[in-house]
Write a protein that binds this ligand. Sequence first.
Ligand SMILES: NC(=O)c1ccc[n+]([C@@H]2O[C@H](COP(=O)([O-])OP(=O)(O)OC[C@H]3O[C@@H](n4cnc5c(N)ncnc54)[C@H](O)[C@@H]3O)[C@@H](O)[C@H]2O)c1
Length: 342
Amino acid sequence: MLKYAIIGFGGLGRVHLSNLNRLSKEGYDLNLVAICGTTAEKFKESVSLNLGDVDCSDIDISNCSFYDDYKELIDKENPDFIVSAVPTYLHKEVAVYALSHGINVFSEKPMALNVESCEEMIKASKNNNAFLMIGQCLRFDSSFVKLKEYVENKTFGKVNRAEFTRYSQTPLWTWNNWILKEDKSGGCIIDMHIHDVDLINWIFGTPKSIHSVMTENKVEAEAIFTQYEMKDGTLILSSADWSMPQKFPFEAKCLVNFEKATVVIKDNSVVVYTDNEVIEETFDGESYFYNEMKDFVECITKKCTSETTSTESILDTVKIVMAEVKSAKEKNTIYINMEEEK
Ligand SMILES: NC(=O)c1ccc[n+]([C@@H]2O[C@H](COP(=O)([O-])OP(=O)(O)OC[C@H]3O[C@@H](n4cnc5c(N)ncnc54)[C@H](O)[C@@H]3O)[C@@H](O)[C@H]2O)c1
């Protein structure tokens, strides 16, 4: 049996608890022992995210204790793993505390607000032989798994160019509005745009150079527009903006123009356009949040890791997004050489 605790019980804490509850119903031997950041009464409340409503009120909490200090929870409960879904500025301190007690950690994206914090998290994981996984959830989205296959297998020839866009209403649903403060969340760039940066890094590799511009009309670090030049000369463009009005529907789209086809990923669908036909890929419809949590539990149970869960690869994503912030602030093209840095 794996004893676990949730630290941070807002939107994502609830999403992860509902998936862990589903996994235990499906036969995984999991036992929720504690939650930090809510009370038994408030536990019942549902929350609304741009991904829909999350409600955990039917989950059995008879064996669950409630804490408001995560250190006390870890010291008293000594769980096998924690899921950390606290605001981003707390990711490093929660993960390092748990890892240094030998506890496995699933920590939400973005890994942390700077490269040094990410490196500290990786070091704490290695030194204490405790597994660390970061919730870069789109690596578990069947659409992007398929796209990675197309790119690696050159199914439609080589990639000519690609573009990633992600637009959201201004997020007004977080605890104390922490997400709107750049020093706490990194703004749209480090919080939301990182999803596309991670896909670019995971599918296409690290870019040779990047050039970014950003805007700050409504809130801090609200939008970024980046041009990536890849090592083989491929051009990728990416835009992210969370300064849209509240009625604007969340929208994320990826388009990859291959030699022999154009692939569009939007609203969980993958459509391949060629000169002669339109092919729509179909998937099992499983949510990436469920897939990633299942992978995390299996990694702990089987004591294995994978390229998908590699924290070194996610550190590279953070390095790229930090280079984008630097490029936008200094109005410069930044050349990236991960190998030299290692
Ligand atoms: N993977 C994704 O697609 C995705 C989507 C949304 C959010 N996130 C990430 O998840 C994390 C949480 O975001 P959210 O939207 O759930 O935020 P949220 O504000 O809804 O929830 C954060 C919770 O943490 C609690 N908290 C604050 N300080 C705490 C502490 N010291 N100890 C314990 N709990 C504490 C707050 O009370 C709140 O309930 C962020 O890092 C965010 O970037 C990821």
